[in-house]
Design a binder for this molecule. Structure first.
Ligand code: UN1
Length: 496
């Protein structure tokens, strides 16, 4: 019998069975059934939202440093369970074990950071223009948040959203991806074990079209934080903005790495390989365009192709593997479809492009690292997010042309330049149109103590994670308080 992973509503674990359950399979070996979760209904969402609403009235009054103590305990539990959770991430999502452990580490980092925020949630105190009057701003909790998370960081991204929401005094309903529901359940279990009161965190499993939609559109939800495709995100933004809900959407990317002729080529190769094929290209920050200066183009491409073709593909739980599977059959199909599109558009397939078959490969969703050349910015493979191990290599004859190419998509999440020229790096930092810019480092691997989010079609609304302008701004509202202790009517701006 498959293990059942439940919803959490008002502090009670439950398994509604109106619909047949959803199976969670290991993408490296589909005979490995990790568990089943309910396919919940809009009524389940409604009850979860109401439970969050009920819990809000008490949770908002708990002093933030007390809320933070629970986060701190959660961090410690995550540290203790890191190995098991990391293995589960790999088993359910497919990334290499070291990356699965990294996924958990990102949640640990976020838990410690946001626990610290419990003693910081700062406002401002400024002088008044009038005597015997003070002026300050304070942060207040907002209410109930609907959190909709993807499968590619199945523990880290729920942590990015839940932890700042909670320390700021909100309550939440989480709808995790139906491809990685077990990781999300385990994470919520840790939060409960850390001592959260019932109803502060609720978990509802199910499909985006039903459960996700109901959560985003529910009138008792005050804000929505979503990570996923631009298409779904844009729908959420429209529905939230129309009714004045807080909204944060982290969406696609088409992230470039520029390699200049004066770059440390070995470093650029290593970084490009990690950013293009790490996590099987399934990061919104993955590099899908390499823009290489013509002086080093041939050497770079030859070496990059050689390194890509020698990558070892397999189950991320086994050693000596450099790249795991795609998350499921439909993602694999989508990525292979883009390979076909690239060929039809006239790009040259330098290496890869095929599903891997035979023996152990037949049990999972494996494909070759794939490189296209002779690509123009107008092609779909150069402009649409593929979300797999497929990268296009472009030739640029100058720095200006390289930056122009880098900025030539509708997306703007992350970008990178490899150069030995400090002046060029400063100009690139200024000109690259993206929320994250890396100098002599790949496009992936943002740290949690600064805001995370994109420009253009990559993100909208608030940013995530720590630092000024990060997630705390999403999960609090600023209230301004004027206190007049003069005992008389004083009129600002009025000269009498
Ligand atoms: C994502 O792919 O949605 O910067 C998030 C990175 C990770 C987060 C990626 N820290 O690559």
């Amino acid at each position: 019998m498959a293990e059942r992973f439940k919803n959490l509503v008002a502090g009670r674990w439950e398994f509604p069975d109106e619909n047949p359950p959803i199976e969670s399979l290991n993408p490296a070996n589909t005979s490995d059934l990790i568990g089943i979760v309910p396919e919940s209904t809009p009524e389940d969402v409604d009850r979860a939202v109401k439970s969050a609403r009920d819990a809000f009235s008490g949770w908002r009054l708990v002093p933030p440093p007390r809320r933070a103590e629970i986060l701190f305990r959660a961090a410690e539990l995550l540290v203790r369970n890191k190995q098991g959770l990391g293995e589960l991430v790999t088993r359910e999502m497919g990334k290499l074990l070291k990356e699965g452990l990294g996924d958990v580490q990102e949640a640990i980092d976020m838990a410690y950071y946001m626990a610290g925020e419990g003693r910081r949630l700062t406002g401002e105190t400024v002088p008044s223009e009038l005597p015997d009057k003070d002026c300050k701003s304070v942060r207040v909790s907002i209410g109930v948040f609907g959190l909709i998370t993807p499968w590619n960081f199945p523990i880290a991204i729920p942590a990015w959203k839940i932890l700042p929401a909670l320390v700021a005094g909100n309550t939440v309903v989480l709808k995790p991806s139906s491809h990685t529901p077990v990781c999300a359940t385990r994470f919520v279990e840790v939060l409960m074990e850390a001592g959260l009161p019932p109803g502060v965190v609720n978990l509802v499993h199910g499909r985006g079209e039903t459960v996700g939609r109901e959560l985003a559109e529910h009138p008792l939800v005050d804000g929505v934080s979503f990570t996923g495709s631009t298409k779904v995100g844009e729908g959420i933004i429209r529905s939230c903005v129309g009714v004045g809900k807080e909204v944060s959407c982290e969406m696609g990317g088409k992230n470039p790495i520029v390699v200049m002729d004066d770059a440390d080529l070995e470093l650029a190769l290593e970084g490009s390989l990690w950013a293009a094929f790490g996590t099987t290209g399934q990061r919104c920050t993955a590099a899908s365009r390499l823009i290489v200066h013509t002086e080093v183009y041939d050497t770079f491409l030859a070496e990059f192709t050689r390194k890509a073709t020698s990558m070892r593909i397999g189950d991320g739980l086994t050693e000596d593997v450099d790249m795991g599977p795609l998350v499921n059959e439909s993602q694999l199909g989508r990525v292979l479809e883009y390979v076909k599109i690239g060929i039809e558009e006239g790009a040259s397939l330098t290496t890869g492009g095929n599903r891997l078959t035979g023996g152990r490969f037949d049990r999972g969703y494996f494909m070759e690292p794939t490189i296209f050349t002779d690509v123009t910015p107008q092609m779909r493979i150069a402009s649409e997010e593929i979300f797999g191990p497929v990268v296009s290599v472009f030739r640029a004859t100058s720095f200006e042309e390289a930056i122009g190419l880098a900025n030539s998509t509708d997306y703007g999440l992350s970008s990178s330049i490899y150069t030995g020229d400090v002046n060029l790096s400063a100009i690139a930092e200024r000109e690259l149109d993206s929320g994250l810019v890396y100098i002599n480092a790949p496009t992936i691997g943002a740290e949690i103590q600064l805001p995370f989010g994109g420009m253009k079609k990559s993100g909208s609304g608030h940013k995530e994670a720590g630092g000024k302008g990060g997630a705390i701004d999403m999960f609090t509202r600023i209230k301004v308080v004027y206190r007049d202790f003069s005992g008389k009517l004083q009129k600002a701006q009025i000269k009498e």
